[in-house]
Write a protein that binds this ligand. Structure first.
Ligand SMILES: Nc1ncnc2c1ncn2[C@@H]1O[C@H](COP(=O)(O)OP(=O)(O)OP(=O)(O)O)[C@@H](O)[C@H]1O
Ligand SMILES: [Mg+2]
Length: 258
């Protein structure tokens, strides 16, 4: 019997990645990634170090270009776009670099203002109020005149997050937002990620090695291994996976004996 017609057509994914391949010289990093990201979800990307998680994120924002395969952003193919054509799409994306990548010669407030100025916003009052709002979200408004060198690691990460959200992006890509932070600051940032999702319906992609964070924030988990998507499912499916590699990953077991 033919399937009954569905009442509503399936919404097309916000981000659609197909057959993505990327090598650096002879090193094959991404070897056929297929991945859909839906609007409003928090997708957590995990996997061993050096598997290409950051490389994948950089393709979504068009900082790296695929050797083969395609990336669609809200129905627009990123492949072959010039920097000028990418600019309006990039404004819809917030990106937290793995090392926060702040400008050392700019104050906290100037760092956070940077994407607004890049986007051509010139009104100083508007810039000031949006920077203030973003700094309040990460609870750093009292530190806005400081230079990055005088911030703690956790504060630097939060400045990076403020800079990622100040342009009110539709999607935020977080590359290890809590690496190297204490458990309390980690919890604050995890809550912040969820708050942004709830308050602004932001779509989030979060790379993390912190398994506690994974289960706190993920709607869906994707694991990269050997250049492909090794696992794609819910936190419960990950937790109950019979796969020994996944169970070792969750438990933090290396398989080494001392
Ligand atoms: N621009 C580049 N040129 C050459 N090699 C690169 C470049 N960018 C990444 N690589 C290589 O690609 C591989 C994957 O790097 P990537 O940074 O994506 O790993 P990762 O999964 O994010 O790891 P980690 O969890 O340690 O951050 C690494 O071997 C890295 O050296
Ligand atoms: Mg990385």
């Amino acid at each position: 019997m033919p399937a009954p017609p569905s009442a509503e057509p399936a919404a097309s994914p916000f981000i659609q990645i197909r057959g993505l391949h990327k090598s650096f010289d002879s090193q094959k990093v991404l070897q056929g990634i297929d991945l859909d990201i839906s609007r409003g979800e928090t997708l957590v990307l995990v996997g061993p170090s050096g598997e290409g998680k950051s490389v994948l994120l950089k393709h979504i924002i068009g900082l790296l270009h695929p050797d083969a395969g395609s990336i669609q952003f809200d129905g627009t193919s990123l492949c072959g776009l010039s920097e000028r054509q990418l600019a309006p799409l990039r404004r819809r994306i917030g990106y937290l670099f793995q090392n926060a990548a702040l400008f050392d010669s700019l104050t906290v407030a100037q760092n956070v203002a940077f994407p607004l100025i890049e986007a051509g916003i010139k009104n100083p009052a508007e810039i000031k109020s949006r920077v203030q709002e973003a700094l309040e979200v990460v609870e750093l408004d009292a530190h806005k005149e400081k230079m990055p060198i005088n911030l703690s690691g956790g504060m630097r990460k939060r400045v990076g997050i403020a800079r990622a959200i100040v342009g009110r992006p539709e999607i935020i890509l977080y590359d290890e937002p809590t690496a190297g932070l204490d458990p309390i600051v980690t919890d604050v940032i995890d809550h912040l990620i969820k708050r942004l999702q709830k308050r602004y319906h932001v779509t989030s992609v979060v790379i993390t090695h912190d398994i506690a964070s994974v289960f706190k924030i993920a709607d869906r988990i994707v694991m990269l291994k050997n250049g492909i998507v090794y696992f794609n499912g819910s936190p419960d499916q990950l937790r109950h996976s019979p796969d020994t590699f996944i169970q070792d990953f969750i438990a933090g077991r290396s398989g080494m004996t001392s």
